[in-house]
Design a protein. Structure first.
Length: 117
């Protein structure tokens, strides 16, 4: 049989077998489906936020008005964000000093998986 693979202008054979190149990745279909579902959910939230913002903008409602109704100013919101980060970051680091070594030991001593090859 003749090999009828298309050639590029330079004479190199064009390889369209994308599935063969990504087969070495260890992503199962369940993991891929979960990731796609998560990305789809993020996309839906972004789209819903865009629609809600457009509707509120049409009626002349701005974020400054909503913050004023909630009793916030941009400066107060920035201060609250800085205080939250100042509290959260040291606690995350402290927890990571305990959790990461435990996870690493569990990773080292778990039984080997069977290969699908």
């Amino acid at each position: 049989m003749l090999n009828r693979r298309p050639k590029a202008a330079s004479g190199a054979v064009i390889d369209y077998s994308f599935s063969e190149r990504i087969s070495c990745l260890s992503v199962t279909s369940d993991e891929a489906r979960t990731l796609l579902r998560f990305l789809y959910t993020i996309l839906k939230v972004i789209f819903a936020s865009l629609v809600a913002g457009a509707i509120l903008g049409y009626f002349g409602i701005s974020s400054e008005q909503i913050m004023t109704l909630a009793g916030l100013t941009p400066e107060r919101l920035q201060e609250l964000t800085q205080r939250a980060l100042a509290w959260a970051l040291p606690n995350v680091m402290l927890g990571a000093m305990v959790i990461v070594p435990i996870w690493f030991l569990a990773f080292l001593f778990r039984p080997p998986r069977r290969s699908n090859d």
